[in-house]
Design a protein around this ligand. Sequence first.
Ligand SMILES: [Fe+2]
Ligand SMILES: [Fe+2]
Length: 367
Amino acid sequence: MTSGTTFTRQKALVDYDPNIIQTIEDDRPRIPVGLLSREEKDRLIERGFLGLYRWYVAKSQEKRNWNPDLSFDWRAFRKDHSPEVVRILEGFFAVEQYVPDYVTTLLRVIRKSHGRSHFHIRWGAEEERHAELWHNAVLFSGQRDGEWLRGYMGDLRANMWQLPWDDPIHMIFYTVFQERATQVNYLNLGVIARGKSDLEMFANDADPILDAACRTIAADEAAHYNFFLEGARLYMYYYPTKAIEAMSDVIKYFAMPAGNIIPNYDRFAELVHKAAIYGPREHAKDVVQVALKNLGVAGRKALENGIKRSRLVPDENGNLRETAVFEGIDFQFIQSAVQRIFGRIEGHERESGLWEVDPTPFVPNYA
Ligand SMILES: [Fe+2]
Ligand SMILES: [Fe+2]
């Protein structure tokens, strides 16, 4: 009855003024409508990861093909660094020691994905060279010897790192925040190595070799961050509700890897905090805020509101819940970002000829 009345009234208005149709259209919230089946979305995410991985390897080999022994003049590394800098080097060495666990644990979860699993092995090889780089830095500091380092490594590896989450979506977001956090850590040690820290304790720590090491390793971490960020965008585009719920969980419970198993980690965490390398301020401002912006989310509040609204929608069909989620994220931003990912993949596939035999085109998920 009621809807019939409304319909008649609207019809009368339309008859009165044809422009009203346009006005109604303009006022209607832009609600993207999901077009694709679950199978098709999974297929596109997989193709996206594979294409990105192929693109990544080509770039990595071309631009970041460094060696932890030969790319730095280790003999010229300062032997008189402050005890604080040496403890920071030790801490970075410790975090990168769990690379076999970082690789094997997640590899089991993502082994069925060609793109993600092969990327993960490549990523592991780049993390392995970070472990070697910090190994050299500690050794050439002249304040620890090989015997000490081997003993320390034994203590570290007595414990095994466990996955903070055991599903691919949570882990893509975990790696986004973790890689960015690691990059921030190394960039800020670079500030000390350039003699630019305001802190008295680092007044005599300028060292061009350490600076070069920090820059090189931070460039790797930036590349890792970008890969995982693009992967996270694929999930946000094709599975927005699941993706933002996972992102929110990861932000809420985030901790740096291996902090719970490295002996005396609290002392290291306190030192990097005091050193203005990484603490709650850097984490909130340079990690979470930056990553959220790169993911089209206005801030933590917008993220929480999007999730809250999506939970108010009782329909379990998925698309309806997603319409509520879109209020928390900049959907256009995500769509353009995903289009750019596929554009980059297309560029790489055209260069190699893959495009002619098995192309990876963008397929929109929303109308
Ligand atoms: Fe690393
Ligand atoms: Fe990394």
